[in-house]
Design a protein around this ligand. Structure first.
Ligand code: GDP
Ligand code: IMO
Ligand code: MG
Length: 429
């Protein structure tokens, strides 16, 4: 048995949550391997919409186990809010469905203030973080100053106080003013709440599941272009969002990785600062934003929009070893007469089809124009109904990217999903 990995290939918000939910029936265990409450994974079914932040997107399908892995940074306060909302919505047995790694690190209230303080001194080079304390929490982990989930069952007060005092000293040096008391009180209630869940040695749990032949899907957050090593640094998040991150964030050996599902939008978006070669700052960009409802599910921020970028996608496929592609939000392009596809960049008069170390301001994206299908895709439920121009779009992308597109999404609902190549989706091993 192997662990399949599903992750984003662009700058996040590709639609990972929806597809994890769609694929869950084929798996026994869904495991989040990195990120934290910077993620917002949206699922829609039965006329309702749900946004998950730390809890894996397999949680709605009964009988499945969900794991928050050691690679995740967990905010007890926001976790409590998320879990309570699910319980209020009917998931009363969430404690049976969800396990949490004792080795996951905690996001402390002061991490949020540090996140804001670091941003405040950056001036024009702000990253535009989600403000959830992600960077500072991972910084503490790597500098060996972190507080872990398992610590809440030990001498928690001491480790928490030490971490808080260290943070407060940094905040003073920034002359950053903040109000901790009320937030801390609610956060500590979150810590008490967290204790009512199964806190496990997740590396043993997941490897035992593997040995016993259970099917596992690892759920990524953010996207490859936000990866701390391979993304558009420094405008990235603070974790390894790529496939290799699933080994570290769950404690599974690389030899156990099976299929790697790469999720991408039929166009491209980015929220926050940083380079975006195929960005459209004109009315076409506004049109994509409105048709795709491109506003962040966590912060409500408007997402920047542009055409699909095959240079960045090829790079993402390479660093992840993607074996199956999944194309989302195809319906958003339904009304476009012409669809542009970025196939190369020109820098200093030189044509490049690899992703450069730095993306200079004078970079120009080179496009190929493809005909739009100009018909409503949202009610289509099988491949045979694809408009010809849409089939052509898929064939062009597959030829350029060298990996099959196995699922196409034509709307936000669970049902608006077409599995074009079922034989490549259902695990055969
Ligand atoms: P994630 O972070 O990768 O899980 O993606 P988000 O949930 O942040 O953003 C994807 C958004 O697009 C959500 O609002 C989804 O409901 C929506 N969505 C997903 N698939 C489709 C689709 O095929 N068509 C349309 N129109 N919306 C979609
Ligand atoms: P999902 O899982 C889109 C972006 C932020 C910012 C940068 C760093 O829903 O796809 P951070 O708070 O992580 O330090 O912010 O990363 N970012 C995301 N953009 N989707 C996400 O998650 C993101 N998580 C972080 O906007 O530019
Ligand atoms: Mg999202």
């Amino acid at each position: 048995m192997s662990v399949d990995v599903l992750l984003g290939l662009q700058w996040g918000d590709e639609g990972k949550g929806k597809i994890v939910d769609v694929l869950t029936p084929w798996y026994d265990l869904i495991a989040r391997f990195q990120g934290g409450t910077n993620a917002g994974h949206t699922l829609e079914f039965g006329g309702k919409k749900y946004v998950l932040r730390s809890i894996p997107s397999g949680v709605f399908q009964g009988g499945k186990k969900n794991l928050i892995g050691n690679g995740v940074v967990l905010d007890p306060l926001l976790f409590k809010e998320e879990a309570e909302a699910l319980i209020a919505g009917g998931l009363s047995d969430i404690r049976k469905r969800l396990l949490i790694s004792r080795k996951a690190h905690l996001i402390l209230p002061t991490h949020r203030f540090l996140d804001a303080a670091y941003e405040s001194v950056k001036g024009d080079s702000k990253i535009g973080t989600t403000g959830k304390g992600i960077g500072p929490a991972y910084t503490d982990k790597v500098s060996r100053n972190g507080v872990r989930v398992g610590d809440i069952l030990q001498d928690f007060n001491t480790v928490y106080r030490q971490a808080k005092e260290r943070h407060e000293a940094i905040l003073r040096s920034f002359d950053y003013s903040y109000e901790l008391r009320e937030l801390e009180e609610r956060w500590l209630e979150g810590v008490a709440y967290l204790k009512t869940f199964s806190l496990v040695d997740s590396e043993y749990f997941i490897n035992m599941n593997l040995t016993e032949g259970r099917r596992i899907l690892a759920e990524g957050a953010q996207g490859t272009m936000l990866d701390v090593d391979f993304g558009s640094y420094p405008f990235v998040t603070s974790s390894s969002t790529i496939c290799a991150g699933s080994c570290i964030g769950l404690g599974i050996a690389p030899k156990h990785i099976g299929e790697v599902f790469g999720v991408f939008k039929a166009y491209c978006t980015r929220v926050g600062s940083g380079p975006f070669p195929s960005e459209l700052t004109d009315e076409t960009g506004d049109r994509l934003c409105e048709l795709g409802h491109e506003y962040g599910s966590v912060t409500g921020r408007r997402r920047r929009c542009g055409w699909i970028d095959l240079v960045a996608l090829r790079y993402a496929i390479m660093v992840n070893g993607v074996t199956r592609l999944i194309m989302m939000k195809s319906d958003v392009l339904d009304t476009f007469e012409t669809i542009k596809v970025c196939v190369a960049y020109t820098i200093d008069g030189r044509r490049m089809d690899t992703f450069p170390y730095m993306l200079p301001a004078d970079l120009r994206a080179e496009y190929v124009d493809l005909p739009g299908w100009q018909s409503d895709m949202t009610a289509i439920n099988q491949k045979s109904q694809f408009p010809q121009a849409f089939s052509h779009y898929i064939a062009f992308l597959e030829e350029q990217l060298g990996v099959p597109i196995t699922i196409v999404s034509v709307g936000p609902d669970r049902e608006q999903t077409i599995i074009c190549k079922p034989e490549l989706i259902i695990q055969s091993n």
